[in-house]
Each structure stands twice: as C-alpha cells, then as structure tokens.
Write a protein that binds this ligand. Structure first.
Ligand code: DCC
Ligand code: FAD
Length: 639
C-alpha cells in the first residue's frame, strides 16, 4: 500500500470524539487553538528543520541553534505574538537553547525575588532581549565557593546571570542569596574583568542537549553593585546593615517551585510524544501470529505489548492533569504570597518537588520503554526516540536530583504526622492524614474484579498504603535519639513513603478531573478507562507495598490484575485516537515511526539513502584501510 492513511482503519475504531479530546488535552479551546496554529506555523517553516541534528558537529549544531533562536525571536516580533504564543513557538521549535533559561528561570527569579524597583529596572531589558540571562546556582564541587558549573546559556551566550552565593557582611554569613551579575560586555561580548567563563563540554547523545551551552563561571574580585542583590526577602543597606523582610527565607528557593511545576507539565509532553510514536508504530507493525494465510498480527494486539504501552499512555494523561492542577496550585500560592499568606508554601514545595521527581523518572523510563516497544527501528535516530531520550533524561537530575527531592517530601510528611498530635489538621494533599486512625486499620472490600473500578475503593487503598508507610517511618524514626541520624539511616524507606504519597496525589487528581463536566461523546468514558489503568497498573507494580502493609489481600491483588487486563482490551480500539488527541505535527514528533499516516516502511527506506554515508557507493577510507587488508588476505589465501 503506497500513500494514503495507513492508520485509517484504526481511526475508524475510535469510540469517542477525538476533536473534543484534543481540547481536554490542551486544557481549553483557546489553548488548543493557539497550540494548533503555532505548531503548524513552525512545522511549515523550513528554517525550523531539525532532522539533520544528529549529523552535525557540536560547533555547527550550536551555531544552528543560535540561528533558530534569533529567527524565532524575529518571527515573534514580526507576528506580534503574545507571551503565550511566543512560548508555544519556542516549545514547538523543539531545540534546547539559552532562551529556555532566559525566559524560564532568569526572568522568573527576578520577578519572584526582586523588589519592585529591581523589577522595573531589569524586566523591560530582559523582555526585549537587550540583555540575556541565565540561572547560576549549581557548583562544580560542594559549597558556594568553588566554580559555578552547569548553568544553561552561561557557557557562550548570557550577558547576565542570577548568581546564588553566600552573603557575608561584617564577617557574618547570612546564607545563600541571589545576585544579578553582568558577565559579558554588551558591546563585544567579552567577559568583564575578573570573570572566567566557558562551556563545560560535550554531553550525552548526539544533537540532544548539546544545543545548550551549559557553562562554567569563576569570579576573581568581581564587584557587584549593592542594588543588584535580589532584595525582596532580605536587604543590605547602604551602610552594610543586613535585614530581613517579614517573609519566610524559603522564598529564596521560589524559582525552583515555579520551574518544577513547569517540568511536570513538560513530562506529559515528552511522554505523550514517545507514546504517540510507539502506539502508531505498534499498529503498523505486523509480526507472526498469522492464521489461515491472513495478515500477521499487529503487535499492538499482543497483550504483552499492551501491558507495556497502555500504562504509559495512561501515565501521559495522568501527568497532564496533575500538571494542570499543579499550575493552579502554583498560581494560588503566588496570590497568597502577595497577600502575605505563606501557609501553603511548604505544601507547594513538597508537591512540586515530589511530582517533578515522579513524573520525570517515569517519563525517562517510559521513553526508553517506547524505544524497545518499537523493536530494532526504535534504535534508529529517524525514530526520534534516541534523541528524545538523550534530551529528556537529565530532567531526573536538573532542578534537583530526584532522590534529593523525594527526601524533601519525606521531611514534609514526617512533619505533618508529628503535628497531628498537637491537633493541627492537615489540609490539601495531606488531608487524608487526618483520618490516619481509620486508614491504619481499614480493610479493602473488593470482592470481584469490577469493584476495582470504584474511585472510592481505589482512593482508600492508595491512602491507606501511603499513610501506613509514612507512619511506619515515623515510628522507626522515633527510636533514634538523634532525629537527623535516624532520617539518614531510614532514608531508603522514607523515599518509598514519599513515592507512595505522590502516586496518591496523581491518582486522586485524575479522579477529581473525572468529576468535572467533560463534554464530547465518549470522552469522559475513555478518560475513566485510562484513569483506572493508571491506578491499577501502579497497584500491580507496587503490590508488594499494598500487601505488606495489609491494605489488600493476595486475592484482591489478583482481582486488580484481572481488571487491568480487561481495561487493556477496552483501550485497544481507541489507542490510535487517544494519541491523535495530542494533536502533534509530524515535525514536532520528528519520527518516521510515529508519522500520522503510518506509511513507515517507504519513509524508512528513503531516509536511509539520505544518510551522508550513502553519498558515495564506495566509502571514504576504503582505499586507505580496507583495500590493503583485502589484498593482504588474498596473498595469504594463495600461499
Ligand atoms: C519553561 C521552563 C523551562 C525551564 C528549562 C529547564 C531546563 C533545565 C534547567 C535546570 C536548572 C537547574 O537545574 S537550576 C539548579 C536547581 N538546583 C536545585 O534544584 C537544587 C536542589 N536542591 C534543593 O532543592 C535542596 O533541597 C536545597 C538547595 C533547597 C537544600 O538546601 P538546605 O539549605 O539544605 O535546605 P533544607 O534544610 O533541605 O530546607 C530548608 C527549608 O526550606 C524548605 N525548602 C527547600 N526547598 C524549598 C523550595 N524550593 N521552596 C520552598 N521551601 C523549600 C525545606 O522544606 C525546609 O523547610 P523547613 O523544614 O525548615 O520548614
Ligand atoms: C542538563 C543539565 C542542565 C542544568 N542546568 C542548570 C542550570 O541552568 N543552572 C544551575 O544552577 N544548575 C543546572 N544544572 C545542575 C543541576 O541542577 C544539578 O546537577 C542538580 O541539582 C543535582 O545536583 P548535583 O549535580 O550536585 O548532584 P549531587 O548532589 O552530587 O548528586 C549525586 C548523587 O548523590 C545523591 N545525593 C546528593 N545529596 C544527597 C542527600 N542529601 N541524600 C541522599 N543522596 C544524596 C544524589 O541522589 C545522586 O545520586 C543542570 C544539570 C544538568 C544535567
């Protein structure tokens, strides 16, 4: 079959309104329209071509990224794009660049931690890109006194940085503070006196994150004007006197709360992209299983393929909705902070840290699983999956190592439990801890497989597991005379308790989403199937936790698995439509295996011939190395 839509028969099987699902995925009709328009704009512009990335040398690659970033900025101005449209455009250009850190961290750091005057001075310059900024927190070694190492955009491009460093006045150390520092001349881009700056070198994968100039930075007697210390949280007067505003010190870490929230939303994008590729290819690929001379089985019909693929599909939707909720939580906490209400900051920190950790880990593993789901072809760069993995996997490390972040969640959980005794009622995502006595002894009353479809049953099982794991940790901790020693010794268990808590958040936010009014034929029903797949897949994967804490019986674990299999069958006819609902252009997917029309094989064949190695029939190096070897063997054979 040449041309045409090779997946048309799959699309006809859908039992729901795909157009309505596209709007649910995008978040609103407006968000869908912006996303749809901008993604097509990028896809149709040859200047944004990206299929040659893996072939370019680092220098060519980097220059190419600068060209694209400058061209994207030119289009943003010419088309008078709004902030929302401009950020969508950068997203669909799909190439990590210094601009990510400028817009994603430098600007938010000034907005969050700068005073009104500082914002008035710096933000207009940054908005017009008359200065380019990065975010310099991480060090080469430990402590804020060696070299900055890693900041994106720092290596070659940024003119300014928000630098985190210890503030010492009159010999007294006030801890880490943020400072706006000019790094390079705005005339000739040379580093200012006392500043050493450069790129830290090639990173994992070809193309991938090597479009970014992660950098090293050293200062030698560099003077920073006093008013370039970010002074919303604390101030130094002209006389050198240090004082603090009436706000918690933790606000210094506010930019991380913001960025972690965006990273959760990004996880759903990266995972859905990999899942879209693997799902479409699994419907195209036929392998074995033919009976009576009929066509062979589509690999998507193998139950093993479904049990690996569909939980990832469900996870992509789950992360989307929890990301939406997290955005709401962030907006809410920001509004409260403006009204001097800091009560929800610890929860926002725990939620953003924990969900960043969970979603990035699952997404990185999920992309790799999608590569395997595509068999050998998944290993080709033209599948789009190797580069996606290489670009994505540092998300498990940057913006806080995932384990370190889970330990922050664990501290929050232990604190919440310890405050129960004093009568403080937990709220928000820890409200269930208020019913800890009930959760410690409740019994799951599932008797048949379908009972596992009841949201209340699922929620109670996840709440009981999480509460019991946290309480067990708290009890163990109380045996130590030195709490910090106990925390270190039990950190493995604490991380597992934090994971259980965060999984509960994701499941409960998916269930809450389903309680909303969701228009469109069959849309809510399909989302219900995905929600149950997500929850029961987690329950199956972590059944050790559920069984050892006595939340469910072995029989109930067995019934959950029965139900999960039935759900895979329900998802099967809708699988292609469920990935179509992401509304990704072929340009954004960047994958022959995932192309919309499913015409995979001719495209793979054609792409192979475009590889530079196939420019000539006889490769460079043949005369030099292969020919003499062959001649040598010939002589030996004759002897
Ligand atoms: C479109 C975009 C594109 C964006 C594009 C994205 C591209 C990638 C960019 C990557 C950029 C980066 O990686 S930038 C570098 C980011 N670096 C990190 O994320 C470092 C991760 N490490 C941490 O977060 C660490 O926990 C630190 C630094 C906070 C640890 O400091 P510490 O001094 O030991 O603090 P610790 O005792 O743990 O905590 C002190 C108190 O502060 C609280 N606390 C800790 N962190 C926070 C926080 N973020 N917000 C509120 N509160 C917090 C704790 O709960 C605790 O409260 P209480 O118990 O006292 O009440
Ligand atoms: C692609 C990329 C882009 C980045 N961009 C930026 C940027 O723009 N700006 C910036 O400032 N930084 C940036 N970073 C740095 C990043 O934020 C840090 O790498 C990250 O916070 C982890 O810190 P680390 O590298 O010091 O890891 P480490 O803290 O050295 O972690 C090493 C290991 O030790 C473990 N560990 C560490 N502490 C503990 C603990 N307390 N308890 C138990 N285990 C522990 C970790 O789990 C991990 O397994 C970037 C990093 C990458 C990879």
């Amino acid at each position: 079959m040449e041309g045409g839509d090779h997946l048309a028969h799959e699309r006809k099987k859908a039992q729901f309104d795909v157009e309505a699902m596209k709007i649910v995925w995008a978040g609103s009709r407006h968000a869908f329209e912006v996303s749809d328009r901008i993604s097509k704009l990028v896809a149709s512009d040859p200047a944004f071509r990206k299929d040659n990335r893996p072939m370019l040398s680092r220098k060519e690659l980097f220059k190419n990224t600068l060209r694209k970033a400058a061209y994207a900025w030119k289009r943003i101005i010419e088309l008078r794009l709004s902030e929302e449209e401009a950020s969508k455009l950068r997203f669909y250009v799909d190439e990590p660049a210094f601009t990510d850190l400028h817009w994603g961290m430098f600007l938010p750091a000034i907005k969050g931690q700068g005073t009104e005057e500082q914002q008035q001075k710096w933000l207009p310059l940054a908005y017009k890109m008359q200065i380019i900024g990065c975010y310099a927190q991480t060090e080469l070694g430990h402590g804020s006194n060696s070299s900055k190492w890693w900041p994106g955009g720092l290596g070659k491009i940024s003119t300014h940085a928000v630098v985190y460093a210890r503030l010492i006045t009159d010999g007294q150390d006030h801890g880490v503070h943020g400072f706006i520092v000019q790094l390079r001349s705005l005339d000739d881009h040379s580093p200012l006196p006392g500043i050493t700056v450069g790129d830290i070198g090639m990173k994992f994968g070809n193309g991938a994150y090597n479009t970014m100039d992660n950098g090293v930075l050293r200062f030698d007697h560099v003077r920073i004007p006093r008013d370039q210390m970010l002074m919303k949280v604390s101030q130094v007067s002209r006389e050198g006197k240090y004082s603090q505003s009436n706000v918690p010190r933790q606000l210094v870490y506010g930019t991380m709360v913001f960025v972690r929230q965006t990273i959760v939303a990004d996880a759903s994008c990266a995972l859905s992209r990999a899942v879209c590729i693997a799902t479409r290819y699994s419907a195209v690929r036929r392998q074995f299983g033919s009976q009576n001379g009929g066509p062979e089985t589509q690999v998507i019909d193998y139950k093993t393929q479904q049990s690996r693929l569909f939980p990832l599909l469900a996870s992509a939707y789950a992360f989307r909705f929890v990301g939406e909720w997290l955005k709401w939580l962030y907006t809410d906490v920001t509004q409260r902070l403006q009204a001097n209400d800091f009560s929800t900051l610890p929860e926002a920190h725990a939620c953003t840290a924990g969900l960043k950790s969970l979603t990035t880990a699952a997404t990185a593993d999920g992309i790799e699983e999608c590569r395997k789901l595509c068999g050998g072809h998944g290993y080709l760069c033209s599948s789009g999956l190797p580069e996606l993995f290489a670009v994505y996997v540092p998300a498990c490390t940057y913006e806080g190592d995932n384990t370190v972040l889970l330990l922050q969640v664990a501290r929050f959980l232990v604190k919440t439990l310890s405050q129960l005794g004093s009568g403080k009622q937990p709220v928000g995502t820890t409200a269930y801890m208020g019913q800890v006595e009930h959760l410690m002894q409740c019994h799951c009353n599932v008797q048949k497989a379908e009972d596992w479809l009841k949201p209340a049953v699922i929620l109670e099982a996840f709440e009981a597991r999480s509460a019991r794991m946290s309480v067990a940790c708290a009890k163990n901790l109380s045996k130590f005379t030195n709490p910090e020693e106990g925390f270190a010794e039990l950190s493995g268990d604490l991380v597992e308790a934090a994971i259980a808590h965060c999984q509960l958040i994701i499941v409960s936010k998916f269930i809450e989403k389903l309680q909303q009014d969701i228009p469109g034929k069959g849309v809510k029903q399909q989302l219900g199937v995905l929600c149950n797949i997500y929850a029961l897949f987690l329950l199956h994967k972590h059944q050790g936790d559920f069984l050892s804490t006595g939340c469910i019986t072995p029989k109930q674990a067995y019934l959950a698995n029965e139900q999960l299999r039935a759900l895979y069958s329900q998802a099967r006819p809708n699988a292609i439509a469920l990935v179509d609902a992401f509304n990704y252009t072929d340009h954004y997917l960047g994958s022959i295996l995932g192309c919309y029309d499913g015409n995979v094989y001719p495209k793979l064949y054609e792409a192979a011939w475009k590889d530079p190695l196939n420019d000539s029939v006889v490769p460079d190096g043949y005369r030099e190395y292969i020919w003499p070897m062959l001649k040598q063997q010939l002589r030996t054979a004759r002897l």
